[in-house]
Design a binder for this molecule. Structure first.
Ligand code: ADP
Ligand code: MG
Ligand code: MG
Length: 916
């Protein structure tokens, strides 16, 4: 749309400039639409799919969508519409009116519209929608005459006043609800549906009065003004606190903005041959291929989602309106085939006629995501790479959720619907803010509400589980919790929440705030007290997907494991080896810690050696167990890393007991022992232990410790090798910062290893390498690689030292930093690509200058975090290593990284050698 405009030049002269006004409005009407699915960023999810469905011939009421570009222009200009905006809306409206055969504000044939929000990513319930717009004192009569239903028309009008008052005029909806309650009482009506027309007229008058009182202005009667105001309100709802919170939790961009869809209303509240509902083309909890949904007869859309009435099964729709039901089944099949994904569909039946109001890829639990992806490959709807990309790696953790121990005996006090399979144990809290507070103190909480609303998301997010007394499986609580894979039981009708008195009742039971309950997600039961929870079992589909992921991934996945049990768990999850055994964890066991303390307390080398030698058999046994569990895969073992004081009792406790004994003059032997410990602790005291006497610095100053560890590793390796077990130990030096450190410890390690293999007469392949976790080591990686055969990036320490943030103290300022967007994420959770990542790049590049095939891995917490795994893939790591439970997540993330950025590039034509 070219427009010629007069603009002032910098010198003040007027000049004609041609500007292009963007197309702000996209229509869908009469089976034809300007938009399509691919325009999601521009039209929002709702808008683009309404357009797509219109083009597919699905019955969608006519309308138009205002683009996110219009939102951006409006938002950028300080909430002013861009030039040409309203004109485009007018022509969109004209097309809509022509298609609908009615006109906005026409007293005889009034058009009513909904004004709906819609971002590119679905944010269920977070932004606003206005229904029944276009009603006023005149058009309400027209609507009554055309539908021959006066009660219905006035019901729409009072709903419109409430929603418009709430969303557009900022009047708390409780005010309107109170008016409704009063009218209901006066008319002796049991439910909203029993309120007669005359009472509704009265309610409309009351509501208008409320608007006048609160805003100082009469309720806007002009439908055009209503439309204008509603569009702005929906634009602005992008910045509602709940929406901002939601984006923060889900890491969505603030500058995407929302589109606005204006479309003709259809009425599910026109009587018993009308209704409204939500359905899924497959079960969103389990993924099972069965039609699933909920339906409310004689109701308007928001009633289902808000969980105000507990809805009926789709079978009721089949019984009441068989034709509409059959049509719905055909449409959901068509939509699923078209989108090749499970669809979540909103529909309304008006007088037996079916309309589709929204479709989107349905939110699902991790289990459902896996099952649907795998089954759709079997059904030839999608290919394997698509299936692998369909499942969000982090959502797999939900398949690894705990459930109630099947052997547990208990009786439930209430029964609800299970929105997810996860079980949870926690203290009852009724209020979302309180939930946040309590969770911050490290307590597990269960949030109990009559129903949840989008304002509650922060509290829901920190809760272990959510329990509501109202609402169905598509209520707000259920949808949100399912996205998180969080335990959630909804619609437990017996639960009566009395927030004021801090308790809920269920039958004869009373449960007070702070009391512990268990929610059994699998059954929907509510149980007083804690029940034992058990670990999950893997489904066939899960194993299938994991197999595909392993086939595709070029970055391998190992596990961090310190015990043979961990190692077995890691194998079960298909880890390709162990990336980190922390030997110090073996020091903490009961019978060992006294020997470790002896070693630390030793006055001289001789005494220390004696203690160290007594530790050797324990370490050897542990390594034997781990090697056997992990054969034939490599096992990386890190030599002792933490500062020694960690193995001694806490200084504060020692002082306390020492002073007590001192004062009472009892137990002289213990007193003397404590005196020794106290003195040793004082000698070991460091201002900053994380930067102190630890890692290879310990191994260099107390060589007998590392020598013993290397001996234990190699003796274990030779022992199992003799039994025919394939082993591949990789001995890893922690905290290397200089070439000299690496050279010295490397030589020591090889000397001991050679001695052991010679003694035992077995050759075992082994490697000597190092952690790269001091920034200096990354910078001199080429030098270090002369003495190291592999690198493993210790990104916890590397992050700590690169940022200069103490891991233990970051909590003091991190929340503020995240809130103010000074950091995009906690760098200890999500690898910082810009800084820490750059050091990793440098380290790999320089290390591989020396050793072209240098094995490189990562063993920090980041190894199981999907975006960090993607980064590790991009910089060419050989593997990532993470906790056993994260292994499947890392495999999937690595597979997705390979699919989007393949490492297996074709070889260059002339067969020249490439660096990895
Ligand atoms: P949300 O994004 O919160 O789901 P929607 O824009 O989908 O909000 O609107 C909420 C509900 O209002 C929908 O589920 C639908 O049932 C109802 N609704 C929206 N537009 C119309 C319409 N034109 N006719 C009838 N019902 C509508
Ligand atoms: Mg919706
Ligand atoms: Mg470290």
């Amino acid at each position: 749309m070219a427009v010629t405009k007069m603009r002032k030049t910098p010198k003040g002269k007027l000049r004609a400039v041609s500007t292009r006004t963007p197309k702000y409005v996209y229509s869908f009407a009469n089976g034809k639409a300007d938009g399509r699915s691919a325009m999601r960023p521009l039209l929002g999810g709702k808008g683009c799919e309404l357009a797509e469905m219109t083009n597919l011939g699905v019955p969608v009421p006519p309308g138009f969508t205002i683009t996110t570009e219009a939102w951006a222009a409006y938002n950028g200009a300080g909430k002013k519409h861009p030039p040409g905006f309203w004109k485009q809306i007018e022509s969109g409206l004209a097309r809509l009116e022509a298609a609908a055969g009615s006109r906005l504000g026409d007293p005889d044939r009034p058009l009513l519209v909904s004004v709906r929000s819609g971002a590119r990513v679905s944010m269920p319930g977070m932004m606003d929608t206005v229904l029944n717009l276009g009603l006023n004192d005149e058009t309400v009569g027209g609507l009554a005459r055309r539908t021959r239903n006066e009660r219905f028309a006035w019901d729409c009008y009072r709903r419109f006043l409430t929603i418009f008052g709430d969303v557009v005029l900022g009047i708390d909806r409780h005010g309107f609800d109170a008016l409704l309650d009063r009218v209901k009482e006066k008319a002796g009506a049991k439910t909203d549906a029993d309120v007669p027309a005359d009472a509704l007229k009265e309610l409309v008058a009351d509501s208008k009065r409320l608007v006048q009182e609160r805003t100082g202005r009469p309720f806007p009667q002009d439908p055009t003004e209503q439309l204008w105001l509603a569009i702005n309100a929906v634009f602005d709802s992008w910045w509602a606190k709940k929406a901002v919170d939601y984006r923060r939790i889900h890491r969505l961009a603030d500058d995407w903005g929302t589109a606005v869809t204006v479309m003709a209303m259809v009425f599910g509240n026109l009587g018993t041959t009308s209704g409204t509902g939500v359905c899924f083309s497959r079960d969103p909890a389990t993924g099972e291929k069965r039609f699933f949904g909920e339906f409310l007869v004689n109701a308007q859309g928001e009633d289902v989602v808000a969980g105000v009435r507990t809805p009926e099964h789709l079978d009721d729709l089949k019984r009441r309106m068989p034709k509409a039901y059959r049509q719905l089944v055909a449409i959901k099949d068509k939509l699923e085939r078209h989108y090749r994904d499970m669809q979540d569909i909103e529909f309304t039946v008006q007088d037996g006629r079916l309309y589709i109001l929204q479709t989107r890829s349905g939110k699902r639990t991790g289990a459902a995501a896996v099952r649907i992806a795998v089954e759709m490959v079997e059904e030839k709807l999608i290919d394997r790479p698509t299936a692998l990309c369909r499942v969000e790696p982090a959502s797999l953790s939900q398949l690894l959720v705990k459930t109630v121990d099947p052997n547990a005996r208990y009786s439930a006090i209430a029964q609800g619907l299970s929105a997810t399979a996860a079980a949870a144990v926690g203290r009852v809290v009724f209020n979302p803010e309180k939930a946040v507070e309590t969770a911050l103190r490290g307590e597990r909480v269960i949030l109990v509400r009559a129903e949840t609303s989008p304002e509650d998301v922060a509290g829901m997010h920190v809760a272990e589980g959510i329990l509501t007394s109202r609402g169905g499986l598509t209520s707000h609580a259920a949808v949100v919790a399912r996205g998180w894979g969080k335990c959630c039981v909804v619609g437990a009708g017996d639960v009566v929440v009395d927030e004021e008195n801090g308790l809920f009742r269920a039958g004869k039971s009373v449960v007070r705030e702070g009391q512990v309950i268990t929610l059994n997600g699998a059954t929907g039961q509510v149980v007083v007290g804690p029940l034992p929870l058990v670990d999950p079992k893997l489904s066939e589909e899960f194993k299938q997907l994991l197999d595909w992921a392993r086939d595709v991934a070029t970055t391998k996945v190992r596990a961090n494991a310190d015990t043979p049990e961990d190692a077995r768990k890691a194998r079960e999850f298909e880890a390709d080896g162990i990336g980190l055994v922390r030997t110090e964890h073996m020091f903490f066991k009961d019978e060992r810690i006294p020997i470790v303390r002896e070693m630390i307390m030793a006055e001289d080398v001789e005494a220390r050696k004696k203690a160290v030698d007594r530790l050797l058999p324990f370490q050897r046994e542990d390594f034997i167990g781990i090697f056997k569990a992990m054969t034939p895969h490599p096992v990386t073992i890190r030599l002792l890393d933490p500062p020694l004081h960690e193995f001694l009792p806490k200084y504060k406790d020692v002082i306390e007991e020492y002073t007590r004994l001192d004062a009472l003059r009892i137990n002289p032997a213990r007193h003397q022992e404590l005196g020794g410990i106290k003195a040793r602790l004082e000698a070991l005291l460091e201002a900053n232990p994380m930067l102190g006497h630890r890692g290879c610095r310990l191994g260099i100053t107390f060589p007998e410790i590392y020598e013993m560890q290397v001996r234990a590793i190699m003796e274990a390796a030779c022992t199992v090798a003799r039994q025919g077990v394939a082993v591949e130990p990789e001995i890893m030096i922690p905290l290397t910062g200089t070439t000299a450190e690496m050279k010295l410890t490397g030589e020591m390690t090889r000397r001991v290893a050679e001695a052991v293999t010679a003694e035992m007469g077995v050759r075992v392949p082994y490697m000597v390498g190092t952690m790269i976790e001091v920034p200096r080591a990354a910078l001199i990686a080429d030098q270090i690689a002369r003495h190291a055969e592999f690198f493993s990036f210790g990104t916890n320490d590397l992050t700590q030292m690169t940022f200069g943030y103490s891991r233990d103290d970051i909590g003091k300022f991190l929340p503020f930093y995240l809130d103010k967007k000074l950091l995009p994420a906690d760098p200890f959770a999500v690898l910082d690509r810009e800084g820490v990542g750059e050091l990793i790049r440098i380290g790999i590049e320089r290390g591989r200058k020396t050793h072209r095939d240098l094995k490189v891995g990562i063993c920090g917490e980041h190894g199981g975090e999907p975006s960090s795994v993607e980064f590790c893939h991009q910089v060419g790591m050989t593997y990532v290593s993470c906790s056993p439970y994260m292994v499947p997540i890392a495999w999937l993330a690595a597979a997705q990284a390979e699919i989007t950025e393949p490492r297996r590039r074709p070889e260059p034509a002339r067969g020249g050698k490439r660096h990895a």
